[in-house]
Design a protein around this ligand. Sequence first.
Ligand code: AMP
Ligand code: MG
Length: 391
Amino acid sequence: MISFEDALETVLRDVRKTDTERVDFNDALYRVLAEDVYSDVDMPPFDKAAVDGYACRMEDLDKDLEVLEVIAAGEIPSKTILPGQCSKIMTGAMIPEGADTMLMVEHTKEVKPGVIRFTGNKTARNIAYKAEDVKKGDLVWGKGMQILPQHVAIFASVGCVNPLVAKQPRVAILSTGDELVEPAQLPGPGKIRNSNGFQLIAQVKAAHCIPNYMGIIPDDEEATDRAIGKALAENDMVILTGGVSMGDFDFVPQIMRKNKVEILFQKVAVKPGRPTVFGRTESSCIFGLPGNPVSSFINFEVFAKPLLYRMMGYEWTPRVLALPLGIDFQRKKSDRLEFLPVTIGESGLVVPVSYHGSAHIHAVCLADGIMSIPKGINDIKKGAPVHVRPI
Ligand code: AMP
Ligand code: MG
């Protein structure tokens, strides 16, 4: 049995990266950038008014000021501001020559037509200076970073309309088990609905990859062999649930080997999910996850998701919070790292949800996060910090 840390390191070693492609920046949300993007402009491109008001000289605040012109956003000022003068200008418009300050319109009054006076007692400059945010040639977003809505704005600002991004891994999802029926059916005696398959489709989508659902595979060696062979040939990753434990019909690892999978581990010191299998072929990789839905959920999150991101060149690591435990925690056995569904209260207190084990997916639905209890730890006192990954 391999430790969780060694298993994760094994999964993330020698990662086969996907190809790259250019996409319209409008379709680039959540994709992983495969090139550095530089600005082709200064931002702001000129000294610009940060407020609506009057552009003037700071040293003229105590004077009545003659208004030379009105400058709208997008217009070029035509007059230089001299002592005792100002121009009315709108937010975003270019500051005229000679001006060093923008008076907010709210802090001025018109003393007679064409003349205004500052009514405040002091003012900021209220100017956004040329290139203060980004200089022409600056790196604005880098290779290997995920593209979020705010990055789409910056791509728009620098004219990067066709960014190079990593292709999304295609992930085959196979559910093994003679007891499974599809969700639209009412399960007959001894049967249950296939929930893992659809949970995995959703998890793959949430990782911004492409799920390829291949259906329910009966507990039959030939059918399993055919499904695994096809899945490995046509996908960047295969995720299969069930059939990896010690039952009489759990022959998945042996069929993986038959399909030229080099199995890198078969048991991990983690709870839930001990019988997690991972291996690689020349062109793909495969996870065999235990059939229970909580095991499948957590093991996708901790192993498959980081690998999918790495395949796209994104060095993602999970956000893990250190928060105080709201109860005294005890467990009898501490031979494995354990993941437990927890709620996070308003004050940050972590409380495990009522949980009956790895078939109890409803407990995960009620949870805010997954707490990890390290191997070797049996007791954690109330108030002590614990590690929680928000879900
Ligand atoms: P296995 O890993 O095949 O021994 O399955 C372990 C447990 O998970 C059994 O109770 C299965 O019925 C259940 N299980 C297996 N596959 C699924 C699935 N796709 N959806 C929901 N439960 C499953
Ligand atoms: Mg099974």
